[in-house]
Design a protein around this ligand. Structure first.
Ligand code: PGA
Length: 260
């Protein structure tokens, strides 16, 4: 099966503090990326208030913009929420959904299901995060990931699988520096593929990218790609440093060449 071209998404979370700093980070990344043609698809997910400013800086679409979360309703009396039409109108072509930091604040699989349905309907890419809180010795973490994944897959019609990215993000590895081993990443990738095949059949694997997130840094990116065989990364902390983020993208680019 032909492998996917890599996808690297920077999740800025609640950073940086001001639109001026966001602009600078975005421009630094763009500059470090240079003008070379790349196979790797790059996206950044800044805080929503910065999207429209960054959209103005990105006419070439060399770097796509993503939202960090949505509320599934279109408009209405939902104080504090951000809808998909709003994100789309300021340039987002993808949205992270079900991030563990959102789940920790009360988001359930049922909420995530509605969010994914809305994202798919709007022709936007859904980057759905799944991952266990801890690794036990009995392998219960597989059940956790399977439950989250099945709940998400129910929201995606077979014909729209190309809009789905699954991000395996073990919660214990997020922001902790404790990265999953490349072998563990590979095993989980195979497991996620098995669940997808069980639901949609083998051709689905050609459509859905599976990426890894959790303390990805320039010095561990190559082994996670080469051994873990994932289709890219969701990068938190390291995406806030233009040099590190682009170094990770460069590793993805090197990996992409081995796939040809
Ligand atoms: P991290 O975050 O790279 O800082 O561990 C990853 C994420 O939360 O998506």
């Amino acid at each position: 099966m032909k492998a996917h071209t890599p996808l690297v998404i920077g999740n800025w979370k609640m950073n940086p503090a001001t639109v001026g700093e966001a602009r600078k980070l975005f421009l630094d990344i763009r500059k470090a990326l240079g003008r070379k043609n790349r196979q790797t698809v790059v996206a950044v997910a800044p805080p929503a208030p910065f999207l429209s400013e960054l959209e103005r800086l990105s006419p070439s679409q060399r770097m796509a913009l993503a939202g960090q979360d949505i509320f599934f309703e279109q408009t209405g009396a939902y104080t504090g929420e951000i809808s998909l039409p709003m994100l789309k109108s300021v340039g987002a072509t993808a949205v992270i959904v079900g991030h563990s930091e959102r789940r920790a604040r009360g988001e359930t699989d049922a909420d995530i299901y509605k969010d994914i349905q809305a994202i798919i309907k709007a022709q936007v890419t859904a980057i759905v995060c799944v991952g266990e809180r801890e690794r036990d010795t009995q392998g219960n973490y597989y059940t956790v990931v399977e439950t989250q994944l099945r709940a998400a897959l129910k929201a995606v019609p077979k014909a729209k699988l190309g809009q789905l990215v699954v991000a395996y993000e073990p919660v214990w590895a997020i922001g902790t520096g404790k990265v999953a081993t490349p072998e563990d990443v590979y095993e989980m990738k195979l497991f996620i593929q098995k669940v997808i095949v069980g639901q949609f059949g083998r051709p689905a694997l050609k459509k859905v990218r599976i990426v890894y997130g959790g303390s990805v840094k320039p010095d561990n990116a190559a082994s996670i790609l080469n051994v873990g065989r994932v289709d890219g990364f969701l990068v938190g902390g390291a995406s806030l440093k233009a040099k590190d983020f682009v170094a990770i993208i460069d590793h993805a680019e090197t990996y992409a060449k081995t796939l040809a």
